[in-house]
Ligand binder design. Sequence first.
Ligand SMILES: Nc1ncnc2c1ncn2[C@@H]1O[C@H](COP(=O)(O)OP(=O)(O)OP(=O)(O)O)[C@@H](O)[C@H]1O
Ligand SMILES: C[C@@](O)(CCOP(=O)(O)OP(=O)(O)O)CC(=O)O
Length: 426
Amino acid sequence: MAEESQKWVLMVTAQTPTNIAVIKYWGKRDETLILPVNDSISVTLDPEHLCTTTTVSVSPAFDQDRMWLNGKEISLSGGRFQSCLREIRSRATDVHDKEKGIKITKKDWEKLNVHIASYNNFPTAAGLASSAAGFACLVFALSKLMNANEDHSQLSAIARRGSGSACRSLYGGFVKWIMGKDEKGTDSLAVQLADEKHWDELVIVIAVVSSQQKETSSTTGMRDTVETSLLLQHRAKEVVPKRILKMEEAIKNRDFASFAQLACTDSNQFHAVCLDTCPPIFYMNDTSHRQASFLNLIISLVEKWNRAAGTPQVAYTFDAGPNAVLIARNRETAALLVQKLLFCFPPKSDADLNSFVLGDKSILKDAGVESLEAIESLPAPPEIKDPSQRHRGDVSYFICTRPGRGPVVLSDESQFLLNPETGLPK
Ligand SMILES: Nc1ncnc2c1ncn2[C@@H]1O[C@H](COP(=O)(O)OP(=O)(O)OP(=O)(O)O)[C@@H](O)[C@H]1O
Ligand SMILES: C[C@@](O)(CCOP(=O)(O)OP(=O)(O)O)CC(=O)O
């Protein structure tokens, strides 16, 4: 270790995307190792719009491991954080920073403490996969700091110990989490099926209904499901294995009809499995009649539209919360989708369009909706039964995004979350 001073601080900052499952992970066969009961497939979302940024740092001056999440110090004592830290430390190798004159040997890493600061540019624990982006980013950044020469699949198996879905955020594009067979979980890891450029016409629109933290966490929910649902056993054994093969084919061939049909059916079955749990879990209409009508409307709109068009235009999928994720086959369809959504779910009258539609705002231009007045004069979608009923304010905001890239290291110091001199939050 650099003997002369205790002052040095070495740090790495990384940025990692979230992902949305199109074949869902729900249920563990091993709670501690986080081993799933079935394979799953996801699309990585563009980190330009939704991402986690994490700075990790090391210094002989740090007297314990510490972490700040979204500016607030949190405890690292939980088993999931401890597993990730332990697994990465055990793979650390020698680090030599010639510029700073710092040498850290493999053995030193056992004694050195780390400081971690992380920031999600979207709501945490609200069903937008913050744990996925968060743990993927933590593991990726630590692997760079500690020079753990593992490939992304090996890192994904470590991120899995933080949160199952996190393993899929180690890659961009289209990703499969292979459940694996090994009791120790060494083969339960993510692989990339295709990168984000393979199918870059897809446009993803997320309708955020509630940014509040949800009532039943995924972890507790899926534990109850494994214990009580017979439907889950059927799903994991009979349904998902076949669906995974079909979804891989659909992605490979950019076959949107098949992709959409599989994604919608799988989301619906995931929620059926939640209902089949004792006590039942209502992720899709958790808190209010308002939310239930939002979901009915969105699903029936997409289903009717797809049927009328003769082939699917849009896929929907819902995770462990009421937010809707809609995947449009191309930009043209996405513009139509945005028009229909804005007609049905206009913002409150005092809203500002700029904070109502986030992410890739250029879709608004394509949709011809560049002002609040334009939303008011949109034509009623033919799929809607009662055009006089507009559900004003039911959607908090929309995020327009697309399939995106995997983790990257950031070199711009202005994006670092820790002070390079002190290793404390900026
Ligand atoms: N940036 C981050 N770095 C490390 N851990 C994080 C980060 N963001 C969130 N987490 C962890 O994930 C937890 C939230 O996970 P949870 O599964 O409840 O919500 P979510 O991931 O946002 O929603 P969902 O999994 O349903 O999509 C936080 O309490 C924290 O432990
Ligand atoms: C509905 C899901 O989003 C469930 C995600 O569950 P988590 O990965 O959050 O659960 P833990 O492994 O217990 O941390 C479906 C999916 O992402 O595949």
